[in-house]
Design a protein around this ligand. Structure first.
Ligand code: SAM
Length: 258
């Protein structure tokens, strides 16, 4: 994947939708990332955090507001600019570098925490990405990972089509090109619709010592609906219920420890 000087149409659409974000509105989202991580790693002002694919930059900006160190890696210079503009409204500057995870030179054994939320589906060579994340974490470092789940009934990637993720890649690419134009393939396309099983096996191959999926890390007191609480309770007790819950969940989610 390349870094483009001109914003692909999907980035322009994304910017139009998210230009005026308020960091206050993202606080819950921010806590949802940090809560499960804190169970495995203390987060202090010295903790080295990396976010891959920063989008509008709300995560590194909220880190900065809270005195936490967070570096961002983002493939779109236009989105970095949006993050800087938002930062100016709050009197802070985010630390985000322009680069593609696939070939960016991340330091070995450096970060305590890596956040990769809604980004790996867009990384063409995602396996290389997983191995790079592993290498850049210190021993005991934590990866927070969230991405597509192929057999989810709805899709955050393209909500217009039911069972969008179930389609073969070639069909999804063809539909998106037809509706959104050829340059969706430059940036914005979900190259991958993952399953928990395929991600787990790649995390294992990379070397992670503990790989916890969304059922493992779910905490009842933070689940908002009674239905979800019941599903998690069942999934924690019975293997087949767990397999079903992971297969059809709206997204893949993992905490991996190096
Ligand atoms: C859907 S957005 C998610 C943004 C943010 N993580 C969030 O959850 O709000 C995906 C972001 O990843 C960036 N991205 C996609 N491929 C990338 C790559 N190979 N390297 C770095 N960033 C990438 C995109 O430009 C976009 O900003």
């Amino acid at each position: 994947m390349k870094i483009y000087q001109q914003a692909p149409a999907d980035v322009t659409r994304y910017i139009d939708l998210h230009r005026d974000i308020a960091l206050e509105d993202e606080v819950q989202h921010f806590e949802n990332y940090l809560r499960p991580i804190r169970r495995f790693k203390e987060i202090t002002p010295d903790t080295e955090i990396l976010e891959i694919g920063t989008g509008t930059g709300w995560f590194p900006l909220l880190c900065k507001l809270r005195g936490l160190k967070c570096k961002g890696l983002e493939i779109s210079s236009h989105l970095i600019e949006i993050a800087k503009q938002t930062g100016r409204r709050y009197g802070i500057e985010p630390d985000i570098e322009l680069g593609n995870l696939e070939d960016y030179g991340l330091p070995d054994d450096f970060y305590d925490v890596v956040i990769a939320s809604s980004v790996f589906e867009h990384v063409e060579d995602w396996r290389t990405g997983v191995h790079k994340v592993y290498r850049t974490l210190k021993a005991g470092g934590v990866l927070y990972f969230e991405s597509t789940n192929k057999f989810s009934f709805t899709s955050g990637e393209y909500s217009g089509i039911p069972l969008y993720g179930w389609m073969p890649n070639a069909w999804r690419y063809a539909i998106r090109k037809k509706v959104q134009g050829e340059d969706i393939m430059k940036l914005g396309i979900d190259f991958h619709q993952f399953t928990h099983a395929c991600l787990r096996s790649e995390f294992k191959r990379a070397g992670f010592t503990r790989i916890l999926d969304r059922v493992d890390v779910a905490e009842n007191e933070h689940i908002t609906t009674g239905f979800r609480r019941r599903v998690v309770r069942l999934a924690k007790r019975f293997g087949p219920a767990r397999a079903l819950a992971l297969t059809f969940a709206e997204a893949t989610r993992f905490i991996c420890i190096k």
